[in-house]
Each structure stands twice: as C-alpha cells, then as structure tokens.
Design a protein around this ligand. Structure first.
Ligand SMILES: Nc1ncnc2c1ncn2[C@@H]1O[C@H](COP(=O)(O)OP(=O)(O)OP(=O)(O)O)[C@@H](O)[C@H]1O
Ligand SMILES: [Mg+2]
Length: 307
C-alpha cells in the first residue's frame, strides 16, 4: 500500500471559517503544511491570522470547516504534546519563576525536553530565576517560546513571536528558531513583516480579509508583493494583454483606470508605453506591503463577483 498515512500529513485546514458577530474573521481557508516545513502566515492587521491560529490550537471552535493535526483533532494533538503554541496575548502565571513555569508545563507532557536544555536554546536561562511578573516584553516572549518548545512538539505555532523584541532580540530569537527548524520540526508563524517571512520561512501564505490571497515560495511571494505598481488611464484594453507585458505580473481595471502589479517596474513602464502610447495619467509607486495586499484582495474580490 502506498497511500500515505493520515498521521503523516502534518497540518490540514479544510474550508475553515469563523465570524465574530457580523465580522467574518476567517472566510474559507484551505491549507496543507507538510511535516518539516517552516511557513509564514503573512498579513496586515485584522487579516485573520490570530483567528486561524486559535482554531489550529483548538482554542476557538470553527463555524465551518475542519482542522486536522497529524491525523487527529487539535484537542488530541495538543494533549499529546504534538503541538506547541505561542499566542499573541495572554498573561503568564504569576507567583512562579521562569524555570518553575517551564518545568510545570514540562510535567504535563509525556515526551517533554529537559528544562535546562529548553531554557538554553530559547535564551531564557539568563533570567530563569526571575518571577514572571518581573519580565520585560522580550523576556516574556522568550518565556512563551520556552513554554511552547518544552513539550517537544512536532508542530510549533507562533503568533507574532517577535512583536515585542528589539533588533538584537529578533536576531537571537530567529537564531534559536532556525536551530529548532533544523531538528525537523514543522513551524507556522504569523507576522506582519515581509522581510521576516522572507528570511525565515520556506513558504509564505499571504492572508488578507480572512482569505488566503497568495501561497508560495518566499521568493515568489516577494516578487509579487515587493515590486512596483503602475496606474494609468487606458480604456478598452484587455486585461490579459496587459498581464502579458514584460515586467507585469497582474492587472486589474476600475472604469478607465488600470493598475498593474509589476515585478520589474522599469520594464513594465517601457512595454506599456511602447505597446499602448495612449496610456496617460501615469503613476508609478513602490508597492508597500499594505498596498500589495489591497491589490491582491481586490483582485480576489473581482474574481468573486465575475459572472
Ligand atoms: N474576540 C473577538 N471578538 C470580535 N472580533 C474579533 C475577535 N477577535 C478578532 N476579531 C476580529 O476578527 C478579524 C480578524 O482578527 P485577527 O485577530 O484574526 O487578525 P490578525 O490577522 O491576527 O491581526 P493582527 O495582525 O492585528 O494581529 C478582525 O476584524 C478583528 O477585529
Ligand atoms: Mg493577530
């Protein structure tokens, strides 16, 4: 039999959805992450990253769809210590030192790592004797990381792990993380930062407004969202023709105005004017991440409303 066991399939999300009252936070996500992959969940504020992560960790029930972790439910996988989560918010238990807290978590899991080893790899050993109420933001983040890691999980799910860290702290954090990734663990982390996703993930899943709007190798996503945007007034030209111009990766239209997403802004501008001299009101802009997200989402919504 060559059918791979479900248990080997890592993380599988199927048509996952969740609303908070009228807010559709997650609107139908399909995603498969193979064991050993490091994946960044990239997106602007409110994209639905934390809601997705909460459902993966079994902290929030989906309205629709399913989460499968190594062939079982989130609750089962978390109880077995196969999944370690690091949340964006939440207090650490007070009245304990960092070492005591990490040891307490370790005691809950069957295949926990030695506490000292985890304190060392996460850089928490320097303040291990300190009370959890006396920690800086960066130290709290390291403590959370140690708590996620000590169960020796196969999958680590981290919600903006470097949010409270300064530049040096970020660097140290990712050095620890890379070490953990080398041990073959599967890692999913949420971030706002394209650079962070590009540097530390094999693959980027771009989310906006509750949907996955792009999913691919970091280099591929970077070229899609890191390029220039050209806007022009150009009536009556087919979008597919614009998409085939040199340096252009995407095109959309609103009335007479077209917007081109470009991998190479210079080449795109030359080919646009060479092919369509009637193009006017030209605007070339560096596509910031937020802007690129908006373009991708608009594209997505245009497709939805298409007949
Ligand atoms: N507990 C909640 N009650 C009501 N609305 C919520 C709740 N949690 C999230 N939302 C809403 O759901 C949407 C998605 O939020 P979510 O926290 O998942 O986004 P995010 O991508 O993690 O954003 P950020 O980058 O700011 O952390 C937002 O519109 C948010 O306001
Ligand atoms: Mg969030």
């Amino acid at each position: 039999m060559s059918i791979p066991a479900l248990a080997d399939s890592g993380l599988v999300l199927r048509d996952l959805a969740k609303s908070y009252g009228p807010v559709a936070a997650v609107r139908g996500i399909d995603l498969t992450i193979a064991p050993g992959e490091t994946v960044a969940l990239l997106g602007p504020n409110g994209a639905g990253k934390s809601t997705t992560i909460d459902m993966i960790l079994g902290l929030a029930p989906p309205d629709a769809g399913s989460v499968t972790l190594f062939g079982s439910t989130p609750a089962r996988a978390v109880a077995d210590g196969r999944v370690g989560g690091m949340l964006q918010t939440g207090q650490l238990i007070s009245e304990l030192s960092v070492r005591e807290l990490v040891a307490m978590v370790a005691a809950l899991y069957p295949r926990a790592l030695p506490v000292d080893e985890v304190l060392a790899v996460t850089g928490a050993e320097r303040f291990a004797a300190q009370r959890t109420t006396k920690l800086s933001g960066g130290q709290s983040q390291r403590t959370r990381f140690a708590m996620a890691l000590v169960a020796n999980p196969d999958l680590l799910v981290l919600d903006e792990p470097t949010a409270a860290l300064d530049v040096e702290g970020r660097h140290d954090f990712w050095a620890s993380m890379s070490e953990v990734a080398r041990q073959g663990k599967t890692i999913l982390f949420a971030t706002h930062y394209l650079e962070e996703a590009d540097s530390y993930a094999d693959r980027i899943v771009l989310m906006a407004r509750g949907r996955v709007v792009a999913d691919g190798a970091a280099t591929d996503i970077k070229s899609r969202v890191g390029g220039k945007t050209i806007r022009a007034t150009l009536p009556g030209v087919d979008l597919d023709a614009l998409r085939s111009l040199a340096g252009v990766t995407g095109a959309l239209r609103r009335g007479e105005a077209v917007t081109l997403a470009c991998s190479d802004g210079d080449a795109a501008l030359r080919s646009l004017l060479g092919t369509y001299p009637a193009a006017r009101d030209l605007e070339v802009r560096g596509a910031g991440l937020e802007e690129a997200f908006l373009e991708l989402v608009t594209e997505d919504e245009d497709e939805e409303t298409a007949p």
